[in-house]
Design a protein around this ligand. Structure first.
Ligand code: E4P
Length: 217
C-alpha cells in the first residue's frame, strides 16, 4: 500500500518525506487555506520535496474552466496530479486530461457508481472519502470494498486512494480490503508506529543493556 500525506504544510511534508516512507501528497482548497500560502508557490515547494504524485485541485466547476486551470497547475512540475471533482464536467475533464497524458485524481467520491464512472473516464486515482461517510453514521469502509470488487471485476487500472482518513484503524481496514493508496493526515501517519508494548519492551531492553556495561562499536 502506498502512503500519501494529506496536507499542504511544508514542515510536516519534509519531516515525513525524510523517513523514506512517503509516496505522494494530496492537497485541496481547504488545506491550501489552512497553510496560509499561495497555491502555486506552496505546490511547487511540495513537488520539489516529494518524488511521487502531488495532487493539486482545480476550483472551476465547468469543463472549460477546469481545463484552463489544469494546464496552469500541470506546468508547476512533472509530478503534478490534477484533482477534479466527481461531476459530469469533472469526469469529462478527467477523460481529456488523461488522454493528454496527465495524472488525474477524481475526488469527493461517495458511491460505487461514481467510482465506476471515474474509472471509465481513465482516472489515475479515485478518492472515496471514508471519514465523511462515517460522519453520517454510514460505513465508509464498505464503499472501499465495493469499489475494490468492481475494479477487480473489470481490471480497471484506476488506483483506489482511500481519503478522508481519520484514524489508524481506517488505515488498517483500507489495507485489509486492498485500497492501493491511503492519504493520511500527518498526525495519523505518525501514530501508525505507536504501540505501548513497543515502548515498554524497548525500555526493558535498554535497562538490561545498561547493566551489561557493554558498548557496540
Ligand atoms: C483527499 O484528497 C482529501 O484532501 C481529504 O482526504 C479530505 O479529508 P477530510 O474529510 O478530513 O477533509
Amino acid at each position: 500500500m502506498k502512503f500519501f500525506v494529506d496536507t499542504a504544510d511544508i514542515d510536516e511534508i519534509k519531516d515525513i518525506n525524510d523517513t523514506g516512507l512517503l509516496d505522494g501528497v494530496t492537497t485541496n482548497p481547504s488545506l491550501i487555506l489552512k497553510s496560509g500560502r499561495d497555491i502555486m508557490e506552496v505546490t511547487k515547494e511540495i513537488c520539489d520535496i516529494v518524488d511521487g504524485p502531488v495532487s493539486a485541485e482545480v476550483t472551476a466547476v465547468d469543463y472549460d474552466g477546469m481545463m484552463r486551470e489544469a494546464q496552469v497547475l500541470a506546468k508547476i512540475a512533472d509530478n503534478i496530479c490534477i484533482k477534479l471533482p466527481l461531476t459530469m464536467d469533472g469526469l469529462k475533464a478527467c477523460k481529456a486530461l488523461t488522454s493528454e497524458g496527465h495524472k488525474t485524481n477524481v475526488t469527493l467520491c461517495f458511491s460505487a457508481n461514481q467510482a465506476l464512472l471515474a474509472a471509465k473516464a481513465g482516472a489515475t486515482f479515485i478518492s472515496p472519502f471514508i471519514g465523511r461517510i462515517d460522519d453520517m453514521s454510514a460505513d465508509g469502509m464498505e464503499l472501499i470494498g465495493e469499489i475494490r470488487t468492481i475494479y477487480d471485476n473489470y481490471d480497471f487500472g484506476t488506483e483506489i486512494l482511500a481519503a478522508s482518513i481519520r484514524t489508524v484503524n481506517h488505515v488498517k481496514e483500507a489495507a485489509l480490503i486492498g485500497a492501493d493508496v491511503a492519504t493520511v493526515p500527518p498526525s495519523t501517519l505518525k501514530a501508525l508506529v505507536k504501540h505501548p508494548l513497543t515502548d515498554k519492551g524497548l525500555d526493558a531492553f535498554l535497562a538490561d543493556w545498561a547493566k551489561t556495561g557493554q558498548k557496540i562499536g
